[in-house]
Design a binder for this molecule. Structure first.
Ligand code: PLP
Length: 403
């Protein structure tokens, strides 16, 4: 991988903040966009724009073709069997809400149970709590050890005859833990229970093959994998999606409407009410093409090298505490130094041009498990370099000395 060549594709990486070269280490929150993604969006607005699916005219058909070919790009990227299994959403959060709402309505009654894990993002906790308030379902939580690895024995013990679904992240946005999701899916299936994967933090960093995993549902966001904001995906096995009721009502998701009775459109449109972000999906497909061009395995290897290097170097700093030391880890390092508040560390690093995230990272129950309020988080992308890690380590050391 020629990192310098890749960096040229991301104009923002050239900018300075406070007169310092930007060191962007907040990729877990969102990634930067390569030129071809932004160009594809601009080009479509300038030369194709028309609403999709509804028009006989040339532009509408061209926009529809682009939109549907983006669906095929996503299908191919995750190795789904059919484009009927690819539903476009606004992002992971909307995808989880869609599934919780539709699955909960059809398949869950008072006293039924969902299994999630202690490290989930709020977007995979709160929708279940809303369902619990509506329907009286119970939420069971898989615990973890101090390294940040889920306890699989405990997981197995949580299943009961009331378990209706498991919903767990593949990669933790805080700890970087790569959960053994394939094994966990097999366990759920052995109990006759479907499995939903929050792939928001795995899709950008590793190959995700839905057939190999045998996942029933997976959700992810385009903006975390070098695509635009406002676009995401729900993948669902067709036999499941066929059985789920629609999430939202409106145009596009219907076959026929009368005041007496409405029939719904076929998959995937049944779940796509209203005008989709058809320009966003074009940008998203370009981002996936871009990642394919570089190779997800090359990206994974590069980010692994950065993570190992950063971990070793950061441990040289006195008072350094790293949260998340799982055997299988992706490119995220959460840390605290001595009793320096995460917010102070983040603010001072920012002054050195280093963009990191601070706080609870939308995982307050995980913070409670760790006994802390928040961390500083550096998260890596394909364009980060060892030199940037050196700048980060020097920055942390400098801030530490100030306290
Ligand atoms: N799940 C995980 C693991 C995440 O890291 C995030 C975002 O940080 C989300 C879900 C929510 O994604 P979005 O804000 O794109 O809907």
């Amino acid at each position: 991988m020629d990192i310098q060549r890749i960096r040229e594709d991301f104009p923002i990486l050239d900018r300075k903040v406070y007169g310092k070269p930007l060191v962007y280490l907040d990729n877990g929150a969102t990634t930067q966009k390569p030129r071809i993604v932004v160009d594809a969006i601009t080009d479509e607005y300038y030369s194709v724009n028309a609403n999709v699916h509804r028009g006989v005219h040339y532009l509408s058909q061209q926009a529809t073709e682009l939109h549907e070919s983006s669906r095929e790009t996503v299908r191919h990227y995750i190795n789904a069997r059919s484009t009927n299994e690819i539903i476009f959403t606004r992002g992971t959060t909307e995808g989880i809400n869609l599934l919780v709402s539709s699955f909960g309505q059809e398949f869950m009654e008072e006293g039924d149970e969902v299994i999630i894990s202690v490290m989930e993002h709020h977007s995979n906790i709160v929708p279940w709590q809303l369902l619990a308030a509506r329907k009286g379902i119970a939420i069971k939580v898989v615990p973890m050890n101090d390294k940040g690895e889920l306890l699989l024995d405990e997981y197995e013990k949580l299943f009961s005859e009331r378990t209706k679904i498991v919903s767990i992240m593949q990669v933790s946005n805080v700890l970087g833990t790569v959960n053994p999701i394939k094994e966990m899916i097999a366990t759920a299936h052995a109990h006759g229970v479907p499995f939903m994967v929050d792939a928001a933090q795995s899709i950008p960093h590793m190959k995700v093959d839905v057939q190999d995993l045998d996942a029933d549902f997976i959700v992810f966001s385009g903006h975390k994998v070098y695509g635009p904001t406002g676009v995401g995906v729900v993948y669902g096995k067709e036999e499941w999606l066929d059985r789920l009721p629609p999430y939202q009502g409106g145009g596009e998701m219907i076959q026929y409407v009368s005041f007496e009775k409405t029939t719904f459109n076929e998959l995937p449109f049944k779940f796509e009410a209203g005008t989709p972000d058809y320009i966003g999906t074009t940008g998203f497909a370009k981002a996936l093409d871009y990642v394919n061009g570089i190779g997800i395995d090359n990206i994974a290897a590069h980010e692994h090298m950065l993570t190992e290097y950063a971990t070793a170097r950061m441990k040289e700093i006195p008072g350094m505490r790293i949260f998340g030391e799982a055997a299988h880890k992706s490119g995220v390092i959460s840390f605290l130094v001595g009793d320096i508040h995460h917010f102070d560390m983040g603010t001072l690093l920012d002054r050195l041009g280093i963009a990191v995230r601070t706080g609870h990272h939308c995982a307050q129950p995980l913070m409670q498990r760790l006994g802390i309020e928040g961390t500083v988080r550096a998260s890596f992308g394909m364009y980060n370099t060892k030199e940037e890690i050196d700048v980060l380590v020097a920055g942390i050391a400098r801030v530490s000395q100030m306290f």
